[in-house]
Ligand binder design. Structure first.
Ligand code: ATP
Ligand code: MG
Length: 424
């Protein structure tokens, strides 16, 4: 994409009312815009990142046998009355229309998915299966001061699994722990994200959260480095300050944010909706459920908190909006601009996603903005680099390492064999 065509612009200053690092950087770089507290628009660059996170999650959910659906936001009050959550959920948005009908704006979708699947489940032969969606959730969060980490409207992947018995559910649940670990590794926060024992709420003894270390988080966890797992402080009493897996007492304390959560729902929602099936003997049994959530905006914001530096955003390759930022310093020089245009065309032909900064701005301004945008590789083309024998300069955004390479080598980026840090 040509940068001059991008309708959004980077800004020099962060808005004064934003306190969170993630929102300050994302707004300055033109990735998101704040409409009101906890409610954000994703702009072209931000949406590219969000979609990449979405696709990684989709691939992993599909591999785990999940079937994608898309359920409504506007949810009848009756469904919420059935589970009792119309009264008990404090952060539920309730809306009524001119005819007096009341609805909830979905903060989660058990109340919708259970009556939905009930229409299709009658026998043990119809089980097990899982269904998931990407959908905006609405929650009246009291403290919406963490930028996109805590939205009042936010995108979530929520998956629900349905089983004949607890054994089947637990097996799938254990599998999902691995699937979630893969998701967080693929989006670039694997080393700082920990499977965390947490309270099971009203459903079961424990649930499992995925917590990423960052001072921007609101949780405190105790980490066992030996097992690469953690315990949420809120339940440490119960676990007697020891690692639930190895029993070790050498735990370190960190501040963290919950990027994902998996729950054994068991029959908490099957019962109120009478979601049952006939077993092999023809006896009615309750369907046993699990649920699995990941906040996409929260993951995106967490990556910014963990990897962003004093110059701006730093994207892991897998979720970067573009692979290459082609910074064209032709400044009216025909030879340089022809070279840059040809390079841009070739990069696109090799399916290397490239943002081409062909705007007529000072080099210093372009470099500062390039650092702010955080695209993994910057390719600089100028009179000087060309005079150096038809070469280009490549800068690794994360490490700051610089290398002069010839044109042919640039295209090794396409097969992943190129590294800025390698010496010739
Ligand atoms: P928290 O304790 O942080 O409020 P939660 O326990 O309410 O989170 P869940 O209901 O388990 O969250 O939601 C599943 C996932 O959705 C969370 O792990 C998180 O990634 C994301 N999430 C929850 N609330 C928000 C929010 N307000 N804004 C953005 N993402 C959220
Ligand atoms: Mg919450």
């Amino acid at each position: 994409m040509r940068q001059s065509q991008l309708f959004t612009k980077a800004r020099k200053e962060a808005p004064a009312d934003e306190l969170a690092k993630n929102a300050k950087l994302l707004i300055r770089a033109g990735y998101v815009d704040k409409l009101q507290a906890g409610v954000y628009t994703y702009l072209p660059l931000g949406l590219r990142v969000l979609k990449k996170i979405e696709n990684i999650i989709r691939e992993e959910m599909n591999k785990a046998g999940g079937q994608e659906i898309f359920m409504p936001t506007l949810q009848p009050k009756e469904n919420w009355k059935t589970t009792g959550r119309w009264e008990t959920m404090d952060d539920l948005y309730k809306v009524s229309d001119t005819s007096g009908r009341e609805n909830a704006l979905g903060p989660t979708h058990e109340e919708i998915v259970v009556p939905l699947v009930k229409q299709f489940v009658s026998s043990y032969r119809d089980l097990p299966f899982s269904a998931y969606q990407f959908q905006n959730k609405f929650r009246m969060e009291l403290r919406a001061k963490s930028g996109i980490l805590r939205g009042r409207e936010f995108m979530m992947k929520d998956m629900y699994s349905f089983h004949t018995d607890e054994e089947g559910m637990v097996k799938y649940y254990e599998e999902m722990k691995k699937v979630y670990t893969r998701v967080f590794t693929r989006v670039g926060i694997g080393t700082t994200t920990f499977l965390t024992y947490a309270s099971g709420g009203s459903f079961s003894k424990y649930s499992h959260e995925f917590q990423t270390i960052t001072p921007a988080g609101e949780d405190t966890i105790y980490i066992c480095d030996k097992c690469h797992i953690a315990v949420n402080k809120e339940i440490i009493e119960d676990l007697k300050s020891a690692c639930p897996e190895c029993g070790g007492k050498n735990l370190r304390t960190e501040t963290s944010v919950e990027v994902g959560n998996i729950f054994e729902l068991r029959t908490r929602f099957s019962e109120p909706f009478n979601l049952s099936y006939k077993d092999e003997e023809g006896k009615e049994q309750m369907v046993v459920m699990g649920c699995y959530g990941i906040g996409l905006g929260r993951v995106l914001g967490t990556v910014v908190e963990v990897l962003g530096d004093e110059k701006g955003l730093v994207w892991p390759e897998a979720i970067a909006p573009f692979r290459v930022h082609l910074v064209d310093l032709s400044a009216g020089n025909e030879e340089v601009s022809t070279y840059a245009r040809a390079l841009y065309t070739e990069l696109n032909a090799c399916s290397i996603e490239t943002l081409w900064d062909e705007r007529d701005l000072r080099a210093g301004e372009k470099f500062a903005e390039s650092d702010l945008l955080g695209i993994p590789l910057r390719i600089v083309v100028s009179k000087k680099t060309i005079d150096d024998g038809g070469q280009v300069e490549i800068v690794d955004r994360k490490t700051g390492q610089v290398r002069m390479v010839d044109r042919a080598e640039v295209f090794k980026i396409a097969d992943g064999s190129f590294t800025v840090g390698l010496s010739d």
